[in-house]
Design a protein around this ligand. Structure first.
Ligand code: ADP
Length: 489
């Protein structure tokens, strides 16, 4: 490939890696090569090498071998490596964002935001690494004490999705490594270049061999290797609830600890006392970011009946005005869907809604650009029996429904098996507390359409998952508690 037909055109071309990374080395694959496609153009960006199940097991052995020394390293030294990783990620932000937009499709500004967001977890958990304190507990017997130690759980496995191909990796790896664990990561097969670029930077940050490993290959086969291997003590997964169920069942085999960040079905409630303009802006941001392919994306908007007509009209006009296109074009706001299956699914959800009497207010069909581009779409009149109400949408499509009072809004919002993110807009203090306490969700945005930051716990309840990432709680997922009884004092 010559420089002119290199679609990546990176400042640092060695960020573009094509091989799995195990034990500090780039590995020759022993599985079939995997093509990586640009969803905006349908063209092939390149291919990566993949591994057989046996080779994946060798990665786990490498992580197992690296564990004792890494765990024994003073936390400050582990932290220094993580801080260096963060610095390197930020130094190469332009290249990393470009890789992401090309293989994932999201607008470049969003890709840049994701790289910085992801890097913030490396910094945050470098800071938390030195604060994994234990306790000394008094006991009923006078001559006894219990020392409570918090120790690295061991070798961790991580499986990450394509919608945030960089941030989800750092969000899992940084707390694991900070805690003293070693890790084997399987990134999504559609976005491997972002993962391998992070491995290249981890290598440059002098993470010791075997501490951070990236494997590529057939997802179910790798998932089985992860769950069957006795050295793997922890599995962290972000992805669909369907796959989460499979992995949770498999984790039973070795009784692995799990963190699962699964699907969502976020409600967005606009109360009659809301700041109307802020609610419109918030709903647009929380719906159409990453073309709606976000687990915390709004699925169902509920608007008080007094505002319903005005809200729907304004919101639909704003949605229709969003600029759809190739993520590298500077003013594009909505990129393509990830693949043909995603596009077909959006079509099927809409068709189902229409047969149940829903009305399309704007959008509803493929964008004039063709390919995987779909128009930002707003529908009304869909009820709980419609698939778009019940299922995670994962696309630029949303329903707007009116409600009469707070009780009805809460009943509708909670009527789902999911419980990840939710949003509501109000200016009444009492309602803020009442509604926040009544919503059955792990995260709630009140007058704000964002719920993701390294400083806040991220995670869901019900079918949306188990455990939390980020915040001081995030490191707990990678620590085990050990009680040491001391007598004869
Ligand atoms: P989506 O349908 O949005 O791609 P998935 O849950 O299928 O979401 O994918 C999230 C991640 O889980 C990806 O890295 C994918 O390769 C991986 N994955 C999918 N199925 C399995 C499986 N059976 N075992 C292990 N990993 C899997």
């Amino acid at each position: 490939m010559t420089a002119t037909d290199d679609p990546f055109a990176l400042q640092d071309s060695s960020l573009l890696r094509r091989q799995p990374y195990i034990d500090g080395q780039w590995q020759t694959g022993d599985g079939p090569a995997l093509a990586v496609i640009n969803p905006a153009t349908g063209t092939r960006l390149g291919e990566v090498e993949t591994l057989s199940a046996q080779a994946v097991a060798r990665a786990i052995s490498a992580a197992e071998a690296a564990l004792p020394a890494w765990k024994a390293l003073p936390a400050r030294e582990r932290a220094a490596r993580l801080e260096r990783w963060q610095e390197l990620i930020l130094e190469h932000l332009d290249d990393l964002a470009r890789i992401m937009t090309l293989e994932q499709g999201k607008p470049l500004a969003e890709a840049r935001g994701e790289i910085a967001y992801g890097a913030s977890f490396a910094k945050w958990f470098a800071e938390e690494a030195v604060r994994a304190y234990g306790e000394i507990v008094p006991t009923p017997a006078r001559d006894r004490r219990v020392l409570v130690l918090r120790e690295a759980i061991g070798v961790c496995a991580a499986i990450t999705p394509w919608n945030f191909p960089s941030a989800m990796i750092v969000r899992k790896s940084a707390p694991a490594l900070a805690a003293g664990c070693t890790l084997v990561l399987k990134p999504a097969e559609t976005t491997p270049f972002s993962a391998l670029a992070l491995a290249e930077l981890a290598h440059r940050a002098a993470l010791p061999a075997g501490v951070f490993n990236v494997v590529l290959g057939e997802p179910p086969a790798i998932g089985k290797v992860f769950s069957a291997h006795p050295a793997v003590r922890k599995l962290s997964f972000t992805g669909s609830t369907r796959t989460g169920r499979i992995l949770l069942a498999q984790a039973a085999e070795q009784i692995q600890k799990v963190t699962l960040e699964l699907g969502g079905n976020a409600p967005f409630i606009v109360f009659e006392d809301a700041d109307f303009d802020a609610a419109i802006d918030g709903a647009i941001a929380a719906k159409f970011r990453n073309a709606g392919q976000v687990c915390v994306a709004v699925n169902r908007i509920f608007v008080h009946e007094s505002l319903f007509a005005r809200f729907t009209e304004r919101f639909a006009a704003r949605a229709a005005a969003l600029k759809v296109g190739h993520g590298l074009d500077p003013d594009v706001q909505v990129g393509p869907l990830i693949n043909e299956a995603a596009l077909q699914r959006i079509r099927a959800l809409l068709e189902d809604a229409e047969t149940r009497g829903a009305k399309i207010i704007t959008g509803g069909k493929s964008h004039k650009l063709g390919g995987l581009f779909f128009e930002p779409t707003v529908v009304t009149g869909a009820g709980p029996e419609a698939r778009i109400w019940r299922e995670e949408i994962f696309g630029p499509l949303v329903t707007v429904t009116s409600f009469r009072d707070e009780a009805e809004a809460l009943r509708l919002a909670n009527a789902t098996e999911y419980g990840l993110a939710s949003y509501f807009y109000t200016r009444e203090l009492g309602r803020l507390f009442r509604v926040a306490e009544a919503l059955q969700y792990g995260m709630i945005g009140v007058n704000v359409p964002f719920v993701s930051s390294e400083c806040a716990p991220f995670g869901g309840v019900k079918a949306s998952g188990i455990g939390r990432e980020g915040s001081r709680h995030g490191i707990e997922e990678y620590l085990e508690i050990k009680a040491v009884w001391v007598a004869g004092m």
